[in-house]
Design a protein around this ligand. Structure first.
Ligand SMILES: Cc1ncc(COP(=O)(O)O)c(C=O)c1O
Length: 393
């Protein structure tokens, strides 16, 4: 293989460590072992039937050619209605851009907002692709360590303190991956003020909205129109493989985003857009809300169970489907040397797959792991029993 074909700049792009574990899990499964998967960040329910029906009908009846580069006007209007009903905010449909997953939106925004040498503030731990998106366009990922004391979220003060001469903006997520923690209205507003004073951009990833338990997530659009909001049909709507997301951008950026979208993607997937028109129907929402309740039941089971086992999760996260857990006590007892070794042992000895903290940054990463409660509750119970045996060996 001619390795000189590889762009050397890509050496700074990190891959997911959990993929190695996933490969080992696949090997175990090929050998007939049942692995309990708590590593993958996807809902793992079948696509809701009304969405499938809509997709099937569209395939038979609709034109499957390209839509507009920024998405079909019907879906934009549906999403504008959703913002009015859900958040009581008016969003002009023209500010909505339909994308290939939330990932497509993040890629477009990286090109729109970041020039080579620009710094972007991110929480550590955080969604790992964000640092890589920043690096891919020549920017500098400026990681701010966040811990339990701030519920793993940034604040206006933390942003102000970390701001450097080359900093251009901040990327936030609420609820966050890997911690499931929310940003409240005051936090969003403080961060927005702090960044606006410095003429920077605020990008908020809201792709876990809808998956909150008891508390409704506040959209950054409730705080200002002058923000970039990313969302997706992957998580609450359970359409991961349909690769559809959207973003809301300030009106002044619409034309440039359109140009970028034409060049990078031509258009988002037509079939998925047709299917997505059905997600806000009451019958679909009912199914999705029932699924959300199941996630809540799983969280309510798993959180105390993990605490009883000795994992450290000081605060109950209100959203997403993740628990970010400290394993310090197990490291002290010599069960493993760090989070990667811990996850490797858990997989090899108990056939339980979880993600090491090192996939989400550096700060505290060797002492944390992430559980995705996307497995059904019976499997979660089996996993807890197995972990109890493993940790008390
Ligand atoms: C915080 C966050 N943002 C964005 C994404 C991208 O998701 P998708 O491209 O499927 O919308 C993910 C996926 O796990 C995520 O966790």
């Amino acid at each position: 293989m001619a390795s000189h074909f590889n762009n050397p700049d890509l050496s700074s792009i990190t891959s997911f460590r959990v993929m190695e574990l996933l490969a080992q899990a696949k090997q175990l499964e090929a050998d007939g072992v049942k692995v309990i998967h708590m590593e993958v960040g996807e809902p793992r329910f079948p696509i809701a039937e009304p969405i499938l029906d809509a997709a099937q009908q569209a395939l038979v009846n609709d034109d499957m050619g390209y839509t507009e580069a920024t998405g079909s006007s019907a879906l934009k209007q549906t999403l504008a209605d959703f913002y009015r009903e859900r958040y009581d905010v008016n969003v002009e449909p023209s500010r909505i851009v339909i994308t290939t997953g939330g990932s497509g939106a993040l890629l477009l925004l990286s090109h729109l907002l970041i020039q080579p040498g620009d710094g972007v503030l991110l929480s550590d731990p955080g969604y790992p692709c964000n640092s890589n998106f920043v690096r891919l366009v020549g920017g500098e990922a400026q990681l701010i360590p966040v811990g339990e004391e701030s519920n793993y979220q940034l604040s206006g003060t933390a942003v102000a303190q970390a701001w450097r001469e080359n900093t251009r903006g901040v990327i936030l997520a609420s609820p966050s991956n890997p911690t499931g923690e929310l940003l409240c209205r005051r936090q969003l507003s403080d961060i927005y003020q702090s960044v606006a004073e410095r003429q920077g951009f605020v990008l908020v990833d809201e792709i876990y909205h809808g998956l909150t338990y008891g508390e409704k997530a506040v959209s950054a659009l409730e705080v200002s129109d002058d923000v970039f909001v990313v969302n997706s049909f992957s998580k609450f709507f359970g359409m991961t493989g349909m690769r559809l997301g959207w973003m809301v951008v300030p009106q002044a950026c619409v034309a440039t985003v359109d140009k970028l979208a034409q060049n990078l993607f031509i258009a988002p997937p037509t079939l998925s857009q047709r299917a997505a028109l059905s997600v806000f129907e009451p019958i679909t929402m009912k199914i999705l809300e029932r699924r959300r309740d199941l996630f809540q039941q799983r969280r309510d089971f798993l959180l105390p169970a993990l605490r009883d086992l000795g994992f450290s999760i000081p605060h109950e996260p209100a959203g997403a489907f993740y628990l970010y857990a400290g394993i310090q006590s197990f490291l002290e007892r010599g069960i493993a040397t760090d989070s990667e070794a811990f996850c490797a042992r858990l997989l090899q000895e108990e056939a339980i797959a979880i993600t090491p903290g090192t996939d989400f940054g550096e700060y505290g990463a060797a002492e944390h792991v992430r559980f995705a409660y996307t497995a059904d509750i019976d499997d979660l119970k089996i996993a807890v029993d197995k972990m109890s045996r493993f940790l008390n060996k």
